[in-house]
Every structure is written in structure tokens, then in C-alpha cells.
Write a protein that binds this ligand. Structure first.
Ligand code: C5P
Length: 309
């Protein structure tokens, strides 16, 4: 994820992420949850372009290339969009007036737990920083990223990482092998806030902190030495039960993934995308092909094969 110049515009790739492990350590006084998670970037990208024309007011156009959609949204200066919010936040912090046009090409499914909006926000911070010649370091951008969303700081690092706090404390992890995944993105997405709200009902205990530290360290060590089968047994997501209470059809998707021969299956983030770990890139593509041909009651949605990087 580095900005590059394309003619008079700037361009950056914004990757999706998967959570290989997610534990909730308890609710916090600020309404968020303390968590510990292992996230990896995967090879599925939105693209963000920026035209730094200072005669143009800040605006955003979105081209939606997600499967089944071919829309062109003129979002103008929609204050809710994370790209626009990121640009405004950076401009405020630098004491300048924001300007120019962003074009966002969307491929990452939304309300899927794959971090699309957060990744777009991190991309916008980096593009505007370069295009406006501000020269902020990554460390200087981190607090702005954390203000935009819990997952945004992870995307500034663009590497596998253990994230703690509410997700904004990022500890990069090196030496992981490339992993291959098959992912179902159900037509019905899930709201992060609602899934975390459901998880609030869970009984949290103090021992979860040390238990989780042991589990995540074992998972990372197994991955680093290529013991994928051992690692697979440690790929769990505490939000999966909460998400399944809100979307009971996830039970069926989990069973389908298990029957399809994945070596692990788990929800990513707060869902609704469901992930199967495959043995190889070929296995991931073959499994995706099999799942696309399945006739299910609700449908798995779009099924894709991808890898970490
Ligand atoms: O930080 P972000 O905007 O992605 O969070 C969306 C919502 O998810 C929050 O408003 C909160 O309800 C919930 N959340 C949480 N604990 C976290 C992260 C998110 O409860 N660690």
C-alpha cells in the first residue's frame, strides 16, 4: 500500500484483511471492547485515486465493482464516508483547507468483516499526505487513523499484525507463510456495532487475558514454522457465536465449509464473510469452484479464492 503517481493523479491499492484469531477480553468503559486479534492483509483490493486540483472542492465518486453491482454513486462530500472523513481529519490536523477529487473503485465486500471501509480510510490518509506534501510519518498518521476507526491503524502498517486495545494497538508480525483462503460473502451483511453489542452479553473473566496471550503466541509460532494443521486448530473468533445469534444461517455456511474439506473455517471480524483455510492456492480455487456450484437454501453469496501476502 504505497501511493504512486499516474499522470496527474495519485493512486493506491487498499487491501482487505482477515482475522485468523479474535478474542474479546471484556467490555470497556468507552463502549468498545478490549480485544486481541491476529489479522493478515489479503490480495483483494479497493483502488483509490486522487486528483489534487485545488480548484475542486473535496469530493468522492465511487465505482462499485463488487460482484452483482455496476453502479456509479456520486457521493459528493458525504460526511459519513470514511475517505472524505479521513481527508478532512488530516487537513484539519495540518491546518489547511481540503480540496481535490477522490475516485474509489470498490471490490471489497461491505459489512463483511473484511475491513474495506477502514482500508479505504488508511489509503485516503496516505494519498492526501503525499499529494498535499505534508510529510507526516506513519507514527504521526497513527492517531488520526485510530480516530477514524479501530481497524484503520492496522491498514497503515500493511503487514500481518497482532492488534490489541480496541484494535488500534498494532504489533507487526513477521515470518508468516503465504496462506490460501476460500471466502463466502453472503448477500446479507452484519453491523459491527450490533455484533459487538450481542457479544457484550458474554461472561468475561480475568483469566481470558493470559489464556489469550498463550493461544495467540502458539498460533503465531505454529504459522511461523509452517505447522499449518496445528495453526488451524487455533483459528477461532469469539465474535462468531454472537454473529450466529444475529444471523443463524451462518451455522449452515460453517457446516458447508467443513464438508468442503477446508482445514479450518471461521468468521472474519464481525462477519458476515466466512473463511475456509485451504491447503494450497489450487485447493482454494477448487473449493471455491465446488462451493459456487452448491445450491443452498439461502445462498453463500459470492465465493472467492485469495491469499495473504
Ligand atoms: O471502531 P469502529 O468504528 O470500527 O467500531 C464500530 C463499532 O464496533 C463501535 O462503535 C463499537 O460499537 C464496536 N466495537 C467494539 N469494540 C471494538 C471495536 C468496535 O465494541 N474493539
Amino acid at each position: 500500500m504505497h501511493p504512486c503517481k499516474v499522470g496527474s493523479a495519485w493512486k493506491i491499492q487498499a487491501s482487505a484483511k482477515l482475522n485468523l484469531y479474535l478474542e474479546i477480553l471484556g467490555p470497556r468503559a468507552d463502549g468498545f471492547h478490549a480485544l486481541e486479534t491476529l489479522m493478515v492483509p489479503v490480495q483483494l483490493y479497493d483502488q483509490l485515486f486522487y486528483w489534487p486540483d485545488n480548484r475542486l472542492p473535496l469530493s468522492l465518486q465511487v465505482r462499485d465493482l463488487r460482484p452483482g453491482r455496476r453502479q456509479l454513486d456520486q457521493l459528493g462530500c458525504d460526511k459519513e464516508n470514511l475517505v472524505v472523513r479521513a481527508a478532512r481529519l488530516l487537513a484539519d490536523s495540518a491546518g489547511i483547507a481540503p480540496f481535490g477529487r477522490f475516485d474509489l473503485v470498490k471490490r471489497i465486500p461491505v459489512r463483511a468483516g473484511m475491513g474495506g471501509g477502514s482500508s479505504d480510510a488508511a489509503a485516503a490518509l496516505q494519498l492526501a499526505n503525499v499529494a498535499w506534501g505534508l510529510g507526516y510519518t506513519r507514527q504521526q498518521l497513527q492517531p488520526l487513523a485510530a480516530e477514524l476507526g479501530s481497524d484503520v491503524p492496522f491498514f497503515l502498517e500493511s503487514t500481518a499484525a497482532i492488534c490489541r486495545g480496541r484494535g488500534e494497538q498494532v504489533q507487526p508480525v513477521v515470518g508468516l507463510p503465504r496462506l490460501h483462503f476460500v471466502i463466502a460473502t453472503p448477500p446479507e451483511g452484519l453491523s459491527t456495532a450490533e455484533v459487538f453489542g450481542e457479544a457484550r452479553k458474554f461472561d468475561y473473566s480475568e483469566s481470558m487475558v493470559s489464556d489469550s496471550q498463550t493461544k495467540i503466541a502458539k498460533l503465531v509460532a505454529a504459522l511461523q514454522c509452517g505447522a499449518i494443521a496445528e495453526a488451524a486448530s487455533g483459528m477461532t473468533n469469539r465474535l462468531e457465536d454472537a454473529a450466529t445469534r444475529l444471523a443463524p444461517w451462518l451455522t449452515q455456511i460453517r457446516a458447508i465449509f467443513r464438508r468442503a474439506g477446508c482445514i479450518a473455517q471461521f468468521l472474519t471480524g464481525s462477519g458476515s464473510a466466512y473463511v475456509g483455510l485451504a491447503r494450497s492456492a489450487i485447493h482454494a480455487r477448487q473449493t471455491a469452484g465446488k462451493l459456487r456450484n452448491l445450491q443452498t437454501e439461502r445462498g453463500l453469496g459470492h465465493v472467492l479464492a485469495t491469499s495473504s501476502w
